[in-house]
Ligand binder design. Structure first.
Ligand code: SF4
Length: 275
C-alpha cells in the first residue's frame, strides 16, 4: 500500500471558482514545485511534514506522516457532513511525483464509497494527471502567468504552460467537468489572456464538432467539451497587485471572444474567514 504526506485535512467551503460555497472535505497534499509570489499556502510546500493536522470543528488532532490511503479514507469519513459536495484534493500540489500514486489510491477508495472527487492542480505534470484523471468528477487546473513567478526562465515557463494545457485537454476529452483558473494581477496583459483563451478554445470547439457540444461523458451524465474559465483577481500579499475593475472588464471581454463560459470570481473563503 502506498503511503504519502498530507499537510492537513479539514471540512470547509470551496473558496474559488464556480463551485465557491460548496461544502467539501479538503485533503491538502504536501509539497509543490512552483513558487507563485501570491501563494497563500506556503506552509504546504514543505514536502515531508512530520505531522498532518486533522482539523475538526470540535478538536484538532495530529496524525504522523506518511499516511496510508486507508488512514486518509478514515479521516474523510470522520469529516463528512450532510451538505457535502465532494472531496477536494489540493495542495501544495497533488500531482508531484511523490503524491500522484497516493492520490490515485485515495481517490479510487473514495469513489468506491459513492462520493465525488474534485482535483485542484497547478497542471505541473500532464503525465501524472493522465494517470489519475479517470478517478475525478471535477478538475480545476490553474494556468500560471509569467508575472506569477511560478518558475524561473522562459523555457521553464513554456514547459509548465504546455503541461497545463495538456491537463485541460485530457480533462475535457475524458469528460471530467473542467475549470480553468487564471489569477490576474494589476497590469496583466490582455494579449496573454487572449493567447491562453485562444489555445483553450481549440479544445472546446474541437469537441463540439465531434460531439455537437452536448455530448455526455461516458454515460456519467456530464456535459462534455465545455471549459468553465475563471479570472480570479489576486488576493494580494502586497498592495498594488490587485487589478482594477476596468482591467477585469477588459480581460473578461477578451476571454469571452474565445470561450463561452467566462466568469470573474474572487477568493470567497477569505471573506467567510474559513480555511
Ligand atoms: S502552485 Fe499553489 S501551492 Fe504551489 S506555489 Fe503556486 S499558489 Fe502556492
Amino acid at each position: 500500500m502506498t503511503r504519502g504526506y498530507v499537510t492537513e485535512m479539514f471540512s470547509s467551503f470551496q473558496g474559488e471558482g464556480p463551485y465557491a460555497g460548496r461544502r467539501q472535505v479538503f485533503l491538502r497534499f504536501a509539497g509543490c514545485p512552483l513558487s507563485c509570489f501570491y501563494c497563500d499556502t506556503a506552509y504546504a510546500r514543505e514536502p515531508r511534514p512530520k505531522f498532518c493536522n486533522l482539523l475538526r470543528p470540535d478538536k484538532k488532532t495530529r496524525k504522523r506522516n506518511p499516511l496510508s490511503a486507508s488512514e486518509v479514507l478514515d479521516c474523510v469519513k470522520a469529516l463528512l457532513s450532510p451538505d457535502l459536495h465532494s472531496v477536494c484534493y489540493t495542495g501544495g500540489e497533488p500531482l508531484t511525483p511523490s503524491s500522484a500514486g497516493f492520490v490515485k489510491e485515495i481517490a479510487n477508495a473514495v469513489k468506491e464509497t459513492g462520493l465525488r472527487n474534485f482535483l485542484e492542480t497547478s497542471g505541473c505534470s500532464a503525465r501524472a494527471f493522465a494517470s489519475l484523471a479517470d478517478c475525478f468528477d471535477f478538475a480545476s487546473v490553474d494556468i500560471k502567468l509569467r508575472g506569477h513567478q511560478a518558475v524561473q526562465g522562459e523555457d521553464s515557463y513554456e514547459a509548465l504552460y504546455r503541461n497545463e494545457l495538456e491537463c485541460v485537454r485530457i480533462a475535457v476529452e475524458r469528460g471530467v467537468e473542467t475549470v480553468v483558473k487564471v489569477v490576474v494581477l494589476k497590469g496583466t496583459p490582455a494579449a496573454e489572456i487572449e493567447e491562453i483563451c485562444r489555445d483553450l478554445s481549440g479544445f472546446e470547439f474541437g469537441l463540439e464538432e465531434r460531439g455537437r457540444g452536448r455530448e455526455k461523458g461516458r454515460g456519467r451524465g456530464r456535459e462534455k467539451g465545455r471549459v468553465k474559465f475563471v479570472l480570479q483577481p489576486v488576493t494580494a500579499p502586497r498592495s498594488g497587485a490587485v487589478p482594477s475593475t476596468e482591467e477585469l472588464f477588459e480581460l473578461s471581454e477578451v476571454a469571452g471572444r474565445f470561450l463561452r463560459d467566462v466568469a470573474v470570481i474572487p477568493q470567497v473563503h477569505k471573506f467567510l474567514g474559513v480555511l
